[in-house]
Design a binder for this molecule. Structure first.
Ligand SMILES: Nc1ncnc2c1ncn2[C@@H]1O[C@H](COP(=O)(O)OP(=O)(O)OP(=O)(O)O)[C@@H](O)[C@H]1O
Length: 554
């Protein structure tokens, strides 16, 4: 079957991203292949006045997108901006051939491919996609033990970063030499991690590694969905400038997909604003002001400054007391001599660059880290860590993190957890279905009422499988899961990932109230300080910053 999209509408996706590659060469290499129209050479993308339907659907069904008229020319730098519920991910799927475009563009959506050497005309080889909004398909549908990375690495998890990079490049038919791997890894600040097992990488390191992995397959065009999520400000800036440089050299061309609240990089020249079924396109200058308005602003009100100071002076009950905590993997010391006390009612911002040890420190608090048992002084909720059964300890901590998000089971069909079931797993801190009491159902109803985005008003969204919800909705379920027990300590790591700005605003305002009423302590981890529900300037938050393994408290 041909791999190039032209002529008649296809009956199924022609370049499903995850499909195994066919060894068959594209039919355009055949002697009878028509020569491409020279005027299309500089057209990277062309979707001329078309509508987009899911496969198997057609008019009169409503389209996913209507009257899309979008062209990208060589040299332009585009960002697709929108929320998951607004159809951003669907639009990227259109580019990946997962939906049906009517009428089909005569030269396919990527006319420039037809001007490349035959081997590069194959869209699955030439168009690569990295998404940080969803969990990798390779993880399957079940729960996996995200704390495995803290212990002895198992045989099946031994694959190193370097091996995984070389393997993927080979699979894509792009042989890479050691020098090239090292050089590109250096540009993404990953060189010193090349020999580490993949499972040992931190969240931000893993995300940068995903970008590197695709770059080494040498695509013509790289689609990056929310590449800044989970990166610290320094790595955000360096990734953006690397992407800018690569785009300028067309090696590869870059198409960024961003949330409306993300700052638009200065080098972006054009924007495609998605709000399904509408897609608006144009020069970035036309959109900058509109997008600025979307940026998350601090939510005012809540605890008075005086009240905050009073609480700080009086100090609540000590929940966590760690003195001289150390975590090391062989000679690699990740945490050095950490001393930290968390009291009821305190809000802490745990800060540090990617790989500085924030997740590791949280895993000490939650008891997930095997080395938490052997610390000289680690008192949690009034008892030494080793005197707690882990599951009982975790019922005191409302926990959300990117690792938990990735690990959470996402089966579809028989045995699938609904969104509501997923929230309900929080009562016993499990990852599988448990029957719920009427009182527990009422707690979930209360949280849904407080946190549900307006898009949930039309139906019982939480009765759908958890795995079928969009990434922001899944994160929201996990936040509610963390809150159902009203635990004395909340550990919230990148808790707004994937949420649109309306969900973020609602969740921030709610968290302020929830914590004000409940007097919980909070450890907040985010590289986006402006998203935090509490304000440093008002003295509402304390900071603990990890640097070179040590903690600086302010
Ligand atoms: N099993 C292991 N062996 C060696 N090093 C490890 C292991 N597990 C984690 N590390 C290293 O520990 C460091 C701390 O990782 P951690 O996930 O705590 O960072 P982080 O501050 O949460 O980063 P991010 O902001 O990217 O989420 C990282 O440099 C990581 O590579």
């Amino acid at each position: 079957m041909s791999r190039i999209w032209r002529g008649r509408p296809p009956v199924r996706p022609l370049w499903p991203y995850s499909a195994p590659r066919s060894p068959v060469r594209p039919y355009t290499t055949a002697p009878t292949a028509p020569s491409p129209d020279p005027s299309t050479k500089s057209l990277i993308l062309r979707l001329p006045h078309c509508s987009v339907y899911r496969y198997g659907e057609a008019p009169p069904k409503p389209p996913l997108f209507s009257d899309v008229d979008w062209s990208i020319r060589e040299g332009e730098a585009w960002a697709v901006v929108g929320t998951a519920s607004g159809g951003k991910a669907d639009l990227l799927e259109v580019l990946l051939g997962h939906h049906r475009i009517l009428p089909p563009p005569p030269d396919g959506p990527f006319p420039f491919l037809l001007h490349l050497p035959p081997a590069r005309q194959d869209a699955p080889h030439s168009i690569a996609h990295v998404s940080f909004a969803t969990r990798p398909k390779s993880l399957g549908g079940g729960f996996y033990d995200y704390s495995a990375r803290y212990g002895a690495v198992r045989e099946e998890d031994r694959l190193t970063l370097k091996e995984s990079l070389v393997r993927e490049a080979e699979r894509a038919g792009a042989g890479v030499g050691e020098r090239e791997v090292k050089e590109m890894a250096g540009k993404l600040d990953l060189e010193r991690l090349l020999e580490l097992p993949l499972v040992a990488l931190s969240n931000g390191q893993t995300r940068r590694a995903s970008v590197l992995r695709k770059l080494l397959t040498r695509p013509e065009l790289l689609l990056l969905d929310e590449p800044l999520t989970g990166l610290d400000p320094q790595h955000r800036a360096s990734l953006l400038s690397l992407l800018q440089a690569l785009h300028a050299q067309r090696s590869p061309r870059i198409l960024l997909a961003l949330r409306p609240q993300d700052p638009l990089p200065s080098w972006i020249t054009h924007v495609c604003l998605v709000s399904a079924p509408h897609v608006r396109t144009g020069p970035a200058t036309e959109f900058r002001e509109e997008l600025e308005r979307h940026h998350v602003r601090a939510v005012a009100a809540g605890v008075s400054e005086e009240e905050v100071r009073r609480r700080r002076r009086e100090g609540g009950e000590v929940l966590v007391d760690m003195q001289g905590v150390n975590i090391a993997y062989h000679e690699r010391k990740v945490l050095k001599d950490i001393t930290w006390t968390i009291r009821a009612g305190e809000q802490w911002h745990l800060q540090g660059a990617n790989g500085s040890g924030k997740t590791t420190l949280l895993s000490v608090l939650t008891g997930d880290h095997p080395q938490s048992y052997v610390q000289r002084h680690l008192q949690l909720f009034g008892k030494p860590r080793r005197k707690h059964a882990t599951i009982a300890l975790q019922q005191n901590i409302g926990f959300v993190s990117p690792e938990l998000y990735n690990a959470f089971p996402r089966r579809l069909g028989a045995g699938a957890l609904s969104g509501r079931d997923a929230v309900g797993t929080g009562f016993e801190c499990t990852f599988s279905y448990r029957p719920r009491t009427a009182a527990q159902e009422a707690v979930i109803d209360g949280l849904v009422q407080a946190l549900a985005p307006p898009s949930w008003a039309d139906g019982d969204v939480l009765s759908r499988p958890f795995a079928a919800l969009n990434p922001g909705e899944q994160t929201l379920c996990l936040l509610m899961r963390a809150l159902v027990n009203k635990p004395p300590l909340l550990a919230l790591d990148e808790v707004f990932s994937g949420m649109d700005d309306e969900m973020v605003a609602r969740a921030r305002a709610f968290l302020r109230e929830y914590v004000r009423e409940g007097g919980q302590a909070v450890v907040w981890v985010s590289h986006w300080e402006e998203e935090m529900p509490w304000e440093w300037e008002k003295g509402e938050v304390r900071r603990i910053r990890l640097q070179d393994g040590a903690a600086v408290i302010s």
